[in-house]
Design a protein around this ligand. Structure first.
Ligand code: NAD
Length: 299
């Protein structure tokens, strides 16, 4: 089954490493180490292989994908030989990247996003297109009554430029265009906004994701229950984005923004029966450890 992967934030670190990995697998340059779909219990003919994936995406940045790949190689995130070997492959993906659309209101922006998705599907003869949001982390949206009801949301969108955060608007456009949606944001809004859930159900489309939990977050998810079992209190998590994401990690500095990896540990990280829940550390110590875009050792 020919499957399109539409990356929101297509010029960022997660997107570029994903594209490099898929192209390298397809070219037989690397093995499928770490690909869970290669496990016997998950391998299934209905799951497309890397050779079936066609990449495209939106980004507000215009940094060429090849330049991003070079930067990741210089940072030691991906091998330089691999980037050189894919030199002829990356331009084909580059041609499928589009500037993030912006119209006068959010209904118009959603229409432009949908038009890019439809055009991508048609030109490549794709059986399906999955939208995966790997863009910069956002603050949780300000509550609004229209978030709770699809009809109210659709009435409000033509009048607003800010009703939905960008990620939710991409999800809205994805569902409207018949595309499933996956969010890698630590605070991905889709599951929190009932109106979007209603739209996905009406369209019969799946959605998922609430942080990729690909790297250090995965390790923390494993460590957290262990600390709890030992009655050790985790007062805060800190994070460093080893991919060096440009904006990722800058967000928590904005008022109201709170990035999942950097917030004080949730109640799941210490025994609920504990009579004295831990006090949150001073905000300054959270932010001090939350500049995830800085390379290690630069404090
Ligand atoms: N880096 C990791 O290991 C990791 C792991 C799990 C989840 N995540 C999450 O994945 C996301 C991406 O991380 P990253 O390291 O690639 O960050 P990054 O900063 O390298 O990439 C984010 C990209 O999103 C683009 N972008 C921002 N706003 C946009 C918009 N409105 N429309 C389209 N594009 C937009 C930026 O221009 C940038 O190219 C973050 O939300 C992060 O929390 C990252």
């Amino acid at each position: 089954m020919r499957t399109g992967v539409w990356l929101v934030g297509a010029r960022g670190s997660v997107a570029a490493t994903s594209v490099i990995g898929a192209l390298a697998l397809r070219a037989g340059l690397v093995g499928p180490t770490g690909c869970v779909t290669e496990l016997p219990g998950l391998r299934h003919p209905g799951i497309p292989g890397p050779g079936d994936l066609v990449f495209g995406g939106h980004d507000v940045s215009s940094t060429p994908l090849a330049k991003k790949a070079d930067a990741l190689a210089v940072a030691g995130v991906v091998p330089a030989w691999l980037v050189r070997a894919l030199h002829d492959e990356l331009p084909a993906v580059e041609r499928e990247l589009r500037p993030a659309p912006e119209a006068g209101d959010q209904a118009g922006t959603a229409e432009l996003i949908g038009a890019d998705l439809t055009d991508f599907r048609r030109r490549h003869g794709l059986d399906r297109v999955v939208v995966i949001n790997v863009s910069t982390t956002e603050p949780a949206p300000e509550p609004h009554p229209a978030h709770a009801d699809l009809a109210a949301l659709e009435a409000e969108l033509p009048r607003s430029r800010t009703l939905l955060p960008a990620s939710a608007l991409y999800a809205y456009a994805a569902f409207g265009s018949g595309c499933p949606y996956v969010g890698l944001h630590p605070v991905d809004p889709v599951a929190r906004l009932p109106a979007l859930d209603q739209l996905a159900r009406r369209q019969g489309l799946p959605y998922g994701g609430h942080d990729g939990k690909t790297g250090e977050t995965l390790v923390k998810s494993v460590l957290a229950p262990m600390f709890a079992l030992r009655n050790l209190r985790v007062r805060t998590w800190s994070g460093i984005n080893l991919l060096g994401g440009g904006r990722d990690g800058g967000q928590p500095r904005r008022a109201g923004a709170q990035r999942g990896q950097d917030r004080p540990a949730s109640s799941g990280c210490w025994p609920r029966r504990s009579a004295t829940p831990p006090r949150a550390p001073p905000a300054s110590s959270i932010w001090r450890t939350s500049a995830t875009s800085r390379p290690p050792g630069t404090w």
